[in-house]
Design a protein around this ligand. Structure first.
Ligand code: PEP
Length: 250
C-alpha cells in the first residue's frame, strides 16, 4: 500500500519571517493529516531555519535542486553532502523550470538523481511534457525518454528509494490542471514502464501529480489509482491550502 506524499515546492518565495509563519501553520495542522507524508522545499538559504523549526515534527524537508558534483569549483552550486548536513529527506530533481530555464538535460537530471542517492536523500524526479508536445501526441515518448535516462544510469532498484512527479508543463503555475483521467493515463504509463523492469518496484513507487493542484481538485486527482499525492507550487505557500490538499487525499 502506497502512502500519499504531499510536497510543497516554495520555489523562490518567502522570507525568514513569512517562512516562520507558514511553518507554524503547517505544524499546527499536520496531526490532522496523519495518513499522508508531508514535505516542504524552501529556497536553499532557509534550509537551516526549516530544519530548526521542523525537527521533531512529522513534516520532512528538502531542497528544490542539488549539484551533480559532490564538491569543488562550482560557484553558486550546492552539493548533496551539504544537504545531508541539514538532514534533508528528499530533493527535487529535474523540475521543468530547471530543465527549461537552466538548460538541464535528461542526462544531467539523471546525474543529479544519482548524486542525491549517494547521500541517501530521496530524489523526487520530475517528468512531464510541454503543451506543444501534448498537442503533437508525444506525451508518452517524452516522459519515457526522461525516465529512461535515469533508469539507464541508476537502474530500476533505485526507485525503491525515490519518487516520481508527473508534472505536465502546461499545468504548472497556469491555473490549468490536467483532468484526473489525463493524469491517471500518464501515471499508469509511467508505472507500466517501471513494471517492464521490475513489477515489485513499480507497485511500490510513489508517483505524484503536479500542476495547479489545489484543494478544489486534489481530492479527485488523488482518488485515481496511480496518483499517490501531489507536488504543489502556488498553493503550498498558504498553510491552510496546503493542509486542505493533504487532507483531501486521506
Ligand atoms: C510546481 O512548481 O511543481 C507546481 C506544480 O506548481 P503549481 O502548483 O503552482 O502549478
Amino acid at each position: 500500500m502506497r502512502r500519499n506524499l504531499v510536497a510543497g515546492n516554495w520555489k523562490m518565495n518567502g522570507s525568514a519571517e513569512s517562512i516562520r509563519g507558514l511553518l507554524q501553520g503547517i505544524k499546527e495542522g499536520a496531526a490532522e493529516v496523519a495518513a499522508a507524508d508531508l514535505v516542504v522545499f524552501p529556497p536553499f538559504v532557509y534550509i537551516g531555519l526549516v530544519e530548526q523549526q521542523l525537527t521533531g515534527t512529522s513534516v520532512a524537508w528538502g531542497t528544490q535542486n542539488l549539484s551533480e558534483h559532490a564538491s569543488g569549483a562550482y560557484t553558486g552550486e550546492v552539493a548533496g553532502p551539504m544537504l545531508q548536513d541539514f538532514h534533508c529527506t528528499y530533493v527535487i530533481v529535474g523540475h521543468s523550470e530547471r530543465r527549461t530555464l537552466y538548460g538541464e538535460s535528461d542526462e544531467m537530471v539523471a546525474r543529479k538523481f544519482a548524486a542525491a542517492r549517494k547521500v541517501n536523500i530521496q530524489p523526487i524526479l520530475c517528468v512531464g511534457e510541454t503543451l506543444e508536445e501534448r498537442d503533437q501526441g508525444v506525451t508518452e515518448s517524452v516522459v519515457e525518454r526522461q525516465l529512461k535516462a535515469v533508469l539507464d544510469l541508476e537502474g530500476i532498484e533505485a526507485f525503491n528509494n525515490a519518487v516520481i512527479a508527473y508534472e505536465p508543463v502546461w499545468a504548472i503555475g497556469t491555473g490549468r490542471t490536467a483532468t484526473p483521467q489525463q493524469a491517471q493515463d500518464v501515471h499508469a504509463f509511467i508505472r507500466a514502464k517501471l513494471a517492464e523492469r521490475n513489477p515489485t518496484v513499480a507497485a511500490q513507487t510513489r508517483i505524484l501529480y503536479g500542476g495547479s493542484m489545489k484543494a478544489a481538485n486534489s481530492g479527485e486527482l488523488m482518488a485515481m489509482a496511480d496518483i499517490d499525492g501531489g507536488l504543489i507550487g502556488g498553493a503550498s505557500l498558504d498553510a491552510k491550502d496546503f493542509l486542505a490538499i493533504a487532507r483531501s487525499g486521506c
